[in-house]
Design a binder for this molecule. Sequence first.
Ligand code: TRP
Length: 462
Amino acid sequence: MASRGGFSNRLGFIAAAAGSAVGLGNIWKFPYEVGENGGAAFLVIYLACAFLICLPIMLAETAIGRNTRLNPFGAFNKLGNRKWGLVGLLGVLSGIMILSFYNVVAGWAFGYFIQIGFGGLLSEGVNYGEYFGGFVSDITDNLLYSIGFMVLTALIVAGGVQKGIERWTKILMPLLVVMILGLISYGLTLDGAMDGLSFYLVPDFSEITANTFYTALAQAFFSLSLGMGALITYGSYVGKNDSIVGAAALITIADISIAFLAGLMIFPLVFSQPSIEANAGPGLVFVALPGIFETMGSIGPFIGASFFLLLCFAALTSTVSLLEVPVAFVTDQFKTNRKKTVYFVATFIFFVGLPTMLSQGASDFFTNFTYYGGESKDFFTLIENVFSDLALPLGGFFIAIFAGWSWKNKGFQKELYFGNATLEGTFLEKMILFMVRFVSPFVVGAIFIISVLQIFFNISLF
Ligand code: TRP
């Protein structure tokens, strides 16, 4: 066990898991999904998914990890059987595929840091929408930035659990929050801020469709790093005296708060610029923010570069958790040298990400890669749909079923008692079990069916 490493204490785990959760999902993905799915109504469903459905699954993942001290595949094999091992394997595969595209988007953030800080991007007359389109289809820049990002990720993961992952998260996350709070205050002073706030905070429930549900659920899984065993892996480094119930609640609250703040930051900024639409899609933060930094005058480049730098750090603590999963899998199962494994797996995933990088306009083949759901789709969208929107909820479904029904001798409950002896027999315990057994699997299962129909067949049930 000593050779596997571990977090120094409960706070170390909370920091690392929150660092994994908080990332591009909160600041890049969440705002544009709110923007595309009708604003506040999406927010309400998202919050319900996070606390009612995902939090219980987070407990299940962490408990499985701590109990087995193994990667997802090893964990399911040990507690269950070979068939359950497949769930772990799906998780490892999802981790690889998610990191392959996540690293590309992280490269964009890295590129914006460089271009704003050192490339003079913020100058009058730049159309940031066009700039973004040109930027993502420029393959040479993207290659450099994403190689840079993967190297950083690999260096941290190679540094080990405590000194690498844990230490950096504790320093950089608070800085990011301060930055966001600053931008919120600034945004609220701008014309149009109130329209932005009402879009974000006053729900119009007529906006809700089947699409809203599946997007919100998939986003909750993605943002909380759930459904593929990232928290099984992190859980495997948690001590037996640490309460995981309180930890999971704190991680969820931290992650959701930062997503919420990111929305508070972005929508006033979006509505203050007439040329930008809330439903601009994946380019939203990359298009909305530079225009605002430009209005700040001479401090604009400094604020802008700092913002994207911190975004890179947030992304880095997430890529680290994504890389950790296949690395733990390979080192546990094949008893390989950890450092060598890190560099090998990182290189492999970088190459897996190349088609995604090429699918934003650089290569016609990957940009119009396939056709389903009534539209031609690029390679990036395909991978995101399959390995994030579908595979994470599916993995979460099985994780809940496993912990709730299949784990023998009340294994799940007993694992929760470690570090939390007073839990036994309480209402809270009954609630957790009820959620893990009934609510999470049922809702996730139902929404999964909705998602498949929606994504691949363009059939909307309501
Ligand atoms: N949660 C991270 C974000 O919001 C991304 C992430 C890290 C992730 N690890 C994960 C997503 C594991 C799914 C599974 O940016």
